[in-house]
Ligand binder design. Structure first.
Ligand code: TRP
Length: 349
């Protein structure tokens, strides 16, 4: 059994424990602000965060801005991406009164935890991380010190607030594992300070891009939540399909047709096979009409809330200022505990 299957198997009992006592948990999750949030994020993570918030679990969402430069030189667009993500969070129902939204760059005490944490892992352990290896290969560049060590930084993201639940995708499971290892080693070496967090994975299969490849802004196959209805229609119109009249769900042979079916199905809450039956022999143009209506219908509420929020002067700054201040005060308290545990309490006076 691989670690995803093993983690997924633990979910029903974990869900019961959360429902029984939501106040016994603290969630920390987040993403890199590398582009606009899209439909895949909505179904994969954002919806799940809102659900957990509504269950009454205290939630922290980090916009991991220092993680942007792990595999690229420039942090171009990072400011716009941070603002855009916050509008999407609010439009989707994350409530800044209950969910703390913050960035790496505003919380120096969190970043400082990286130093003792780095001492708790070996170079060999860092090199073994399969996600780091894959990201390094995909980057086509030399392995930077930050790319090699970012899972330890991510441990600081999670442990600064003593997070106990970490909703993540499959590729981030190794990072939760290293976080547990660091928590355990710190507690053994110094004093019991950190809980060992658990990963929370959802069964929802990843939504592919419109053309059937991985949904990614760089492939131009992603419907971002911030697009207009017209931009969405144009993107769907441009998606390469084929000339067979009868629409069928066949991801191997008909990637474009199948990507459109999956987007429509996710938005309609049904299966791609059902959507295919509905389109029948109406061909690609029938499919594109249906997919456009499904996606635009589904996103209409989100987009109008988002547009209204974008009009409120100072709203995004205010959410960030409050989130960063709260994250900082928690990080400060944790760093003090860490220094005391390490015999460096003199730094706390
Ligand atoms: N590595 C995560 C991603 O790219 C983003 C992230 C940074 C994160 N810090 C985190 C996720 C802490 C969960 C917890 O998807």
């Amino acid at each position: 059994m691989d670690s995803f299957t093993a983690t997924a198997a633990r979910m029903p009992s974990l869900e019961r424990r959360i429902a029984d006592d939501p106040s016994g948990f603290r969630i920390l999750t987040g993403e890199r602000p590398t582009g606009a949030l899209h439909l895949g994020h909505h179904f994969g993570t954002i919806r799940e965060r809102v659900r957990l918030q509504e269950l009454g679990v205290e939630t922290f969402v980090i916009l991991a801005d220092y993680q942007v430069i792990t595999d690229r030189d420039a942090s171009d667009g990072v400011a716009a991406n941070v603002r855009s993500a916050i509008l999407d969070y609010l439009a989707a129902g994350l409530d800044p009164e209950r969910t703390t939204i913050f960035t790496h760059s505003a919380v120096p005490e969190l970043n400082q935890l990286l130093l003792p944490f780095l001492s708790l892992v070996s170079e060999a352990e860092l090199h073994r991380n399969p996600t780091v290896k894959a990201e390094h290969a995909a980057s086509g560049r030399a392995l930077s010190g930050l790319l090699l060590t970012y899972p330890v930084h991510q441990a600081a993201d999670i442990l600064f607030c003593k997070g106990t639940l970490v909703p993540v995708g499959k590729d981030n499971l190794p990072h939760v594992e290293i976080t547990r290892l660091i928590a355990r080693r710190f507690n053994e070496r110094y004093a019991e300070v950190f809980p060992e967090p658990e990963a929370l994975v959802t069964e929802t299969p990843e939504l592919p891009g419109l053309d059937g490849r991985k949904m990614s802004k760089s492939y131009g196959n992603a419907i971002s939540l911030s697009m207009t209805a017209d931009e969405t229609a144009a993107l769907i119109r441009r998606t390469p399909t084929d000339s067979e009249r009868l629409i069928t769900f066949d991801p191997e042979r008909r990637p474009g047709v199948s990507g459109l079916l999956q987007a429509a199905a996710a938005c309609l809450g049904t299966t791609p096979e059902r959507v295919a039956e509905e389109v029948g022999a109406a061909g690609s143009s029938g499919l594109k009409t249906l997919a456009t209506e499904a996606v635009n219908g589904f996103l209409a509420g989100h987009r109008s809330r988002r547009a209204e929020l974008a009009q409120e002067p100072g709203l995004v700054d205010d959410v960030l200022r409050r989130g960063n201040a709260r994250a900082r005060s928690i990080a400060d308290a944790t760093l003090r505990e860490v220094r005391s545990a390490m015999g460096m309490g003199y730094a706390n006076v």
